[in-house]
Design a protein around this ligand. Structure first.
Ligand code: F0G
Length: 449
């Protein structure tokens, strides 16, 4: 059965091509912009021609209790909304998605927001949201007969890609910036058998180089310039809508690096809305680290119509990106939904991460920018106390344990970064102490706590 109903549409000039006609770098031959997967006719469906929303919602929920691997995947259980394969039997899955949505009671109370939640995408099989996109795009690579796949990465994409490639029996090539990715992520690429090249370049340089390589060898590019990645990454939008019984939250807050994720979530909610499955879209806001904030600068200078690349610096290495590929798509998600784009400092990120920790939720520093950003939005009155807010936590805390340990030891931040925040930081630090192996010595530690 042919389950493939899609085509690719250039985000810049609108040129439409068949999926298999895309160039190896996924850039438009006419204008050089990126493509988006589109399903002809979806936007125009009206009345009886629309899908039966009630039946689909029932089917998607029902599949969670199925024993079929495809149904148990939080991506492929929504396959009616991502018909990108000739045959769904070709899907490569590690049972990604179906991640938890946690209520944040302490942060909610501190910020005066009753309905504050975290969608924890770090609870995916390789520990980050990248799995949802990888199952989609790697399945396309397999179906089209590629033997090699590749990505440039700040660590999580490479971990996800090498795991899914290993499952599919494909070979994988990883380009990463030397010394600039967290060990947990590097160890995953090694374990899953990728050819891992550490380059004397930043992420943007790695991606530039890989773009040349895929033009010279039959290697399938799996960075988020590949539009099929975003098809998988749009499915957390469906899970979020489902979790709120298809009444979407008021506000979604997403970290911004290469800006694929915010673009994908925007597409997911837009499609649900177009198909009549939800009544409106949430506001989507994107938060960047202060030293890696090209989209924030673009909004400040020209409302997101052009972007100046920069050299990025942040300890949140996952989002250390100065020339984000999907910035136009992310700008559209923000502008279409009335969201905001702002940045947060290194100290604000560290504090927000530790605060999430006090609620029993670990995450990567890159994920904690969402809570830090929410605090700023709340302070400037952009979010009301009765609004429902969802933070998208993108990566698992164990990906970058060094960051957490350095924070609690007090070696993470420089004094000049913490001016005025010392007391707040001290309250959150929980360094491990060396204690004599006696009950008295251990019990003495509890005094005053
Ligand atoms: N959070 C984490 C944990 C990430 O790994 C990334 C991106 C982002 C947020 C930003 O998402 O790029 O879609 O805006 N990591 C990429 C990688 C670039 O190579 O793993 P984005």
């Amino acid at each position: 059965m042919n389950e493939n109903l899609h085509q690719l549409r250039c985000f810049g000039c609108g040129a439409q091509i068949k999926g298999a006609e895309a160039q190896p770098d996924f850039r438009c031959a006419v204008c050089g912009d990126l493509f988006e997967v589109e399903y002809p006719g979806w936007g125009q469906r009206r009345g009886n021609d629309r899908p039966n929303a009630g039946a689909l919602k029932w089917l998607w929920r029902e599949r969670r209790s199925s024993s079929e691997a495809l149904d148990r995947s939080g991506v492929w259980r929504f396959r009616e909304l991502l018909p990108i394969l000739e045959n769904f039997g070709n899907a490569v899955t590690l049972q990604e998605g179906n991640t938890p949505l946690y209520q944040l009671t302490r942060a909610g109370k501190a910020l005066g927001i009753d309905q504050l939640y975290a969608k924890h995408q770090g609870m995916n099989p390789t520990g980050s949201f990248k799995d949802t996109g990888m199952t989609a795009a790697l399945s396309v690579a397999k179906e089209r007969g590629f033997k090699w796949v590749a990505c440039a990465s700040t660590g999580n994409t490479s971990a996800a890609m090498s795991a899914y490639a290993a499952r599919a029996g494909l070979r994988s090539l990883v380009l990463i910036p030397e010394g600039k990715i967290a060990w947990g992520k590097l160890s995953q690429a090694m374990d899953y058998g990728a050819v891992t090249c550490q380059l004397q370049a930043d992420f943007d340089g790695c991606l530039r180089l890989l773009t040349q390589i895929v033009k010279e060898a039959p290697i399938y590019l799996l960075n988020s310039v590949n539009p099929y990645r975003l098809e998988g990454q749009k499915t957390p939008a469906f899970e979020i809508a489902e979790a709120f019984d298809w009444n979407v939250p008021d506000h979604l807050i997403v970290p911004g690096g290469n800006l694929g994720n915010s673009s994908a979530l925007g597409k997911g909610f837009r499609e649900l809305h177009e198909l009549g499955l939800v009544a409106r879209m949430p506001r989507i806001s994107v938060i960047q680290a202060e030293g890696a904030n090209p989209l924030v600068r673009s909004f400040a200078a020209n409302q997101g119509t052009s972007l100046e690349p920069l050299e990025a610096h942040t300890r949140a290495t996952a989002i250390r990106i100065g020339n984000p590929a999907s910035w136009r798509k992310a700008a559209r998600a923000i502008l279409d939904t009335g969201g905001w784009c702002l940045d947060v400092t290194e100290a604000e990120i560290a504090i927000a991460k530790a605060e999430l920790g006090t609620e029993g939720l670990g995450c990567e520093p890159a994920s904690a920018v969402t809570l830090a950003g929410l605090k700023k939005l709340r302070a400037k009155g952009a979010i009301g106390s009765s609004e429902t807010v969802v933070l998208v936590l993108t990566g698992h805390t164990l990906k970058d344990a060094d960051y957490t340990i350095d924070f609690h030891r007090g070696t993470l931040l420089k004094p000049e970064e913490t001016v005025g925040l010392e007391a707040e930081i001290d309250k959150l630090r929980r360094n491990a102490v060396v204690v004599d192996a006696t009950p008295e010595a251990v019990l003495a530690q509890l005094k005053g706590k």
